[in-house]
Design a protein around this ligand. Sequence first.
Ligand code: ATR
Length: 271
Amino acid sequence: TDFYAVIGNPVAHSKSPWIHAEFSRQTGQDMQYEAILAPVNAFPATVAVFRERGGKGMNVTVPFKLEACKLAGRLTERADAAQAVNTLVFNADGTLGANTDGAGLVRDIMVNLGFSLTGKRVLLMGAGGAARGVVLPLLEHDPSILAIVNRTQQKAHALQQQFSCYGTIVSGDYADILGEKFDLVINATSASLKGELPPLSPGIFAAESLAYDMMYGDGYTPFLQFAKQQGASRLADGIGMLVEQAAESFFLWRGVRPETGPIIKMLKLHT
Ligand code: ATR
């Protein structure tokens, strides 16, 4: 049996152990996956103990994604660009740090929701860790423009500068997009966690648009409620992304791609 875990603080609420148990059952992989609560000041030591017990890989969640970058000997391009690692792979010759969040988001949007990004006007709200992790994977699918807006606009500008060589990006605060319309509006802020709505102006949704909240909870988030009122054609919460990023991690560890559809369905029934 190979051992895996999600490490975070807090971590008790994590759905990852359930998701990976379903993946391993489905694919017949001989593995176990647990949740590990690390003291905020003892991330490296907690990882080391898990490795000594024979751990083969970990998912990393709040607040350790940046620290996991430093711990990994080698980073994938995406993890390096995001300066955040959500997946560690322990190999005999060292530790690889990867970031599967962006790939998970893009796969949910393109494969599960059947929404093509190419040539589309995309609005990304937020400029924290969650936003930074998805910029590069979004740009890889050639949207006509990626607008990044944030309350604190300097942080949006910084992201624009970091990624401008990969595609057309504009940045600013919420007032700067007054009167603009977008085909895809992604909420990468933490507003939904607090029951808040980013200060979006009405009329932001183009015809046939998709509203995507990277967060999820009971029922619609405030952003998805707003999107519904504003006539967005389709609404999606972050459950699909959650399962898809898990599947990408599972693939990195086991070389096998689990089927995500049934798992997403089950989770949606229970949230
Ligand atoms: P994460 O890693 O989840 O992105 P973070 O780095 O703390 O967390 O970033 C939180 C993001 O949500 C930021 O972009 C923050 O905006 P500011 O940088 O201006 O603080 C954004 N955010 C949080 N609450 C918000 C709200 N009510 N309206 C708009 N943006 C909000």
